[in-house]
Design a protein around this ligand. Sequence first.
Ligand SMILES: O=C(CO)COP(=O)(O)O
Length: 255
Amino acid sequence: MSDRKPTIGGNWKMNLHTGDAKALAVGLAEAVKTDAVDVTVFPAFPYLAMVAGVFCDAGSQIKVGAQDFYHQANGAYTGEVSLSMLKDVGVATVLVGHSERRHVIGETDVLINEKVLAALEAGFEVVLAIGEKLEQREAGQTDFINYAQMCYGLAGVSAEQMSKVTIAYEPVWAIGTGKTASPEDAQAAHAAIRGCLSGIYPGTDVYATTRIQYGGSMKPANAGELLAQPDIDGGLIGGASLKVEDFNGIITAAQ
Ligand SMILES: O=C(CO)COP(=O)(O)O
């Protein structure tokens, strides 16, 4: 067991509306009482303020994060949301580089890096998601892809700023598919990611202090084994974060 505090995120993706988002937030505020795990949920933009308000009113420790943002301060960027707007509605954490933004929306490594730098500059906590596609795994490129996505994503990020960064390792083939990386495979990838961090930040303790979450079909039934691995410090959960019982089951497994 490392002394890194476990961190569990719930990525609600493009799911839920006012009624069920509120019910989920209220249910989580009632159910999640632990201080032993950092818990953050990532609702869709229209519900950020409402969910933050529910947690604030309930005195809950659960934090609210945004699934995306634009890195420019303001101006003519139709459809985009800035970091200062997010701060304004109680958001202090942002997700960057999720595979759905990389591979469905088409975000590049350059844009991902600009977002990471802007968010850290603005004082946000950043969850940088990385992970290989199935064909890359089958070609034996898992560690290389993770290394490359981290090198691009973290370019210009100082060792000091890394205290605000969490890495989320999400093998693309495991997301929403019901296929989870085995605890041994996930541990091997996480250990390699930690090795990359020691290469990117030589002579520092960044490799030891940075938290690395696993994401990809994590559920209460498999969370215990995954979270017991020495280099897995938490989870980034999609489907199972949409039900209080399932999400809280994973949080309980992380304690
Ligand atoms: O993409 C994920 C979290 O960001 C994982 O999604 P699932 O838990 O639904 O596989």
